[in-house]
Design a protein around this ligand. Structure first.
Ligand SMILES: Cc1cc2nc3c(=O)[nH]c(=O)nc-3n(C[C@H](O)[C@H](O)[C@H](O)COP(=O)(O)O)c2cc1C
Length: 174
């Protein structure tokens, strides 16, 4: 099955996770504004904006029909938060509209652009500032490895249901 990675990234966090996965699995990687549609399986990476995938990735998701998709997102929020859960639901909803099959997803934190933070009018509560201080340390090596693991798991579950894997993937997971 032909797989590619498509990412959308404003400040590089999401691109870094995508580049790591491309390196691990040997899949081609494209920025969202130059991504082809002719693959069967996609790994989509987005930065979180207004609680969901960023605009460019929302548009791209809207163009996918009958594809198998694993998606990942970087965000300022914690990956185990209800914010992340809602973000996943939003992404799934967009993909289900095109009858895509969602194989799995992964979230990690990613540093919020300091200029955006400086301009932000959100209250600077200790809780929020602690969350953003933690986000500034991501994505890190653990996130990269966790993303890799999530893809491996999603794709091998898929394989046990009879789907094909690329030679590269089989080689890497051996
Ligand atoms: C305009 C803007 C809106 C954002 N909205 C959210 C949001 O709704 N939820 C969230 O958790 N993070 C939000 N973030 C944080 C980014 O999603 C996060 O820093 C991400 O890692 C950036 O990825 P990138 O470096 O690939 O652009 C926002 C960042 C910006 C600049």
């Amino acid at each position: 099955m032909h797989t590619c990675i498509v990412y959308s990234s404003r400040t590089g966090n999401t691109r870094a996770v995508g580049a790591y996965l491309a390196d691990c699995f040997g899949f081609p990687i494209y920025a969202v504004d130059e991504a082809p549609l002719g693959f069967e399986r996609f790994i989509l990476g987005f930065w979180t904006w207004r609680g969901g995938p960023d605009e460019a990735m929302r548009a791209f998701m809207g163009r996918l029909c009958h594809k198998s998709v694993f998606f990942f997102g970087t965000m300022a929020a914690f990956p185990d938060s209800s914010h992340a859960e809602r973000c996943a639901l939003l992404a799934e909803e967009l993909l289900f509209r095109g009858n895509c099959r969602v194989l799995g997803h992964f979230f990690c934190q990613g540093r919020l652009d300091p200029e955006v933070l400086a301009r932000s009018t959100h209250p600077r509560t200790p809780e929020r500032m602690a969350r953003l201080a933690e986000a500034a340390r991501h994505p890190n090596r653990q996130d990269f490895r966790a993303a890799e693991e999530a893809v491996r798991k999603a794709f091998s579950l898929n394989a046990s249901r009879g789907a094909e894997l690329t030679g590269t993937f089989l080689k890497q997971s051996a």
